[in-house]
Design a protein around this ligand. Structure first.
Ligand code: GDP
Ligand code: MG
Length: 162
């Protein structure tokens, strides 16, 4: 089975930028892959000699009214469909309550998750990633999605699972 990897996180963290970088912009022929629905953006990626399906989502904006309010339905579905999740956070904003809510949901779903600290450009790696260890979700992968920095290291780890 071809692995399915979902991009989740608050709006504006860089999910679509990473999606476009990893896919060749050609949308996957979803009908070829059982179990996937059509209302999210799927891309077929061929990266580091691995073929996989990437799901882009509109983002989870977050308020304090509870997880059902916070999680956009399509993001929930994307998480459910995925074999692994790339959880994007923004180094410039630091850890936000919405990030915490998303993390909680991912933990409840027991989904293999990689925390991607995007927009590290212009910041010190160590300082930029430090706040996100509080999520308790393991290694933090710093990236600059817009220029591709850190993406290869991240995907080497992710794809080693498949
Ligand atoms: P999404 O809402 O999570 O899909 O975020 P987008 O991919 O649309 O990106 C939101 C904005 O952040 C855009 O203006 C991107 O060009 C910018 N962006 C994405 N990645 C980076 C990055 O690594 N560094 C910087 N400085 N900007 C980025
Ligand atoms: Mg987007």
């Amino acid at each position: 089975m071809i692995p399915v990897i979902a991009l989740v996180g608050r709006p504006n963290v860089g999910k679509s930028t990473l999606f476009n970088r990893l896919t060749n912009t050609r949308d996957a022929i979803v009908a070829d892959y059982a179990g996937l629905t059509r209302d999210r953006k799927y891309g077929e990626a061929n990266y580091l000699d691995h073929k996989f399906i990437l799901i882009d989502t509109g983002g989870i904006s977050g308020d304090e009214d509870g997880i059902d309010e916070v999680m956009a339905e399509q993001s929930l579905q994307a998480i459910a469909e995925a074999d692994a999740v790339l959880f994007l956070v923004d180094c410039r904003d630091g850890l936000s309550p919405a990030d915490q809510m998303i993390a909680k949901h991912l933990r409840i779903n027991n989904k293999k998750t990689y925390v991607v600290a995007n927009k590290v450009d212009g910041l010190s790696f160590d300082v930029a990633v430090a706040p996100f260890y509080e999520l308790g979700m393991g290694e933090i992968y710093p990236t600059t999605a817009s220029h591709g920095r850190g993406v290869k290291s991240l995907m080497t780890e992710v794809l080693a699972e498949f």
